[in-house]
Design a protein around this ligand. Structure first.
Ligand code: 5GP
Ligand code: ZN
Length: 114
């Protein structure tokens, strides 16, 4: 828990959010400013700032996050047509919230990267 982190404050229940899934390690919520018809953020409950802090100890957690994202894609009905998982990390990526999160985007043609 980082008291200066918006996502930690959502995870602690201090701030309201549209939570779709949670377990002991992971939580998923709808992005407040969606860039696609489905735009869900999947994140660890632990405050890990970015991919730069990921170590061997986080390998199971990273798989867990990707699995939950895949399950949400199915429950959102976007798995068949396809979707995109994005992790921004650091200033050049435009990462705004320094609490590691996956973006699950789908429900429209997403276009090419770059
Ligand atoms: P980043 O740029 O760090 O990869 O993505 C941060 C995302 O968090 C943005 O898509 C932004 O809309 C979303 N976001 C920022 N503040 C909140 C919030 O308070 N609640 C929710 N649900 N999403 C947020
Ligand atoms: Zn945090």
């Amino acid at each position: 828990m980082n008291k200066d982190c918006i996502f930690c404050r959502i995870i602690s229940g201090e701030f309201q959010s549209d939570i779709l899934y949670q377990d002991d390690e992971v939580i998923a919520l709808r992005d407040i400013n969606p860039k696609a018809p489905t735009h869900i953020l999947i994140m660890p409950k632990a405050h890990i700032p970015s991919l730069a802090e990921i170590t061997m100890d986080h390998q199971t957690l990273m798989g867990h996050l990707v699995r939950v994202a895949g399950e949400l894609a199915k429950s959102e009905g976007i798995a068949a047509r396809g979707y995109r998982l994005v992790i921004n990390s650091g200033p050049d990526s435009g990462q705004e919230v320094p609490h590691l999160h996956l973006h699950l985007l789908g429900g429209r043609q997403l276009g090419k990267l770059g």
